[in-house]
Design a protein around this ligand. Structure first.
Ligand code: GLU
Length: 324
């Protein structure tokens, strides 16, 4: 990996919006191994700003799940560290400062559109395939810094994307290209209540915490193209990206309750060994030849990011797990 391995900093960034499941375990394992194999540090950050969806028990349970899996961290909400706090809901002033800068740079504008305004405008035939929800049609994009603001709580701030093809290198997916304006559209930096949205918070925190490696599920590939221009506009350092293929249910869709119970807490309560989950995760992502149980730290020495599978894995949650 890097010649200066000690400068590698990775993170585990659970969202406490529900229980962590098998797919999350696999992504955390890869994130942890990528940092540890490079002699790097690992941070734990709780991404709890999606307030309507946050469950009060879920952050503690995620910490318990991670520890049970045998993953550790050098800084985090439970142990502190130089970049504290490590909980997003306690970091809002950092997001507000970054937003002000984007507004000054002419890269953010207030948008009063409702979800249905956007859906009806975007349902008109569009020249590029929609890849991540309806593309914002730009109705409020005429606002310029210094123009009057709409009444408080009636607008979110939106980021002004570029209408050109952008190419980004991912360590697992390879080169990914997309036109942010046409395929994603201008996207929210805040909610209408003024709180920061995921795209802004994650970029501000990764910079403040010195993150050099972002390892997460490949459902967030489109978000790369939202986060990169914020990083560049604010003069932040660009991290390396590893987008890990998702674990899917038998119908080829994202793991959800209808596929059965894949919560880590459920396997834990059933007395299943964490090494069995790690063994399945490592094998299903291409790191080992067999799914036999193994402790996470036994995988550090042989970790090779080039052997990571690039396609999703289908899982049947009934035990024992079978690698498809
Ligand atoms: N908190 C996000 C999740 O649990 C991860 C976001 C990120 O890694 O950028 O899916």
């Amino acid at each position: 990996m890097s010649a200066d391995a000690s400068s590698i900093v990775g993170r585990l960034a659970p969202s406490p919006t529900g229980a962590q499941h098998l797919g999350n375990a696999r992504t955390y394992l890869v994130a942890w191994l990528a940092a540890r194999a490079a002699g790097g540090r690992v941070l734990l950050r709780i991404e709890d700003i999606d307030s309507p969806r946050v469950k009060p028990w879920a952050a503690d349970q995620a910490v318990e799940d991670l520890r049970w899996l045998g993953l550790d961290w050098d800084e985090g909400p439970d142990i502190g560290g130089p970049c504290a706090p490590y909980v997003q809901s306690e970091r809002i002033e950092h997001y507000a400062a970054a937003l002000s800068r984007l507004i000054e740079l002419g890269l953010a504008y207030p948008c009063t559109c409702t979800r249905s305004d956007i859906e009806s405008a975007a349902s008109a035939p569009h020249e590029a395939a929609m890849i991540d929800g309806p593309v914002y049609p730009g109705s409020c994009a005429g606002w310029r810094c210094g123009d009057p603001l709409p009444p408080e709580s009636t607008y979110c701030w939106r980021f002004r994307t570029v209408d050109e093809e952008v190419e980004i290198e991912d360590q697992i997916c390879g080169s990914v290209k997309l036109n942010p304006r046409r395929q994603l559209g201008d996207f929210p930096l805040t909610r209408k209540n003024g709180s920061a949205a995921y795209q802004l918070a994650v970029v501000v925190d990764d910079e403040a915490m010195g993150i050099t490696q972002v390892v997460r599920g490949d459902d967030l590939v489109p978000s790369l193209f939202r986060q990169r221009p914020i990083i560049d506009a604010l003069g932040y350092r660009r991290p390396q990206y590893f987008h890990v293929p998702l674990v899917l249910g038998a119908d080829g869709r994202r793991l959800a309750k209808r596929h059965g119970d894949t919560r880590l807490s459920q396997y834990r309560q059933a007395g299943i060994a964490p090494e069995a989950i790690i063994g399945w995760a490592a094998h299903s992502i291409g790191l080992t030849d067999s799914p036999r149980p193994v402790a996470a730290d036994r995988l550090i020495a042989a970790f090779d990011p080039n052997s990571l599978r690039r396609h999703p894995t289908i899982v049947d949650p009934s035990w024992p797990l079978v690698v498809n």
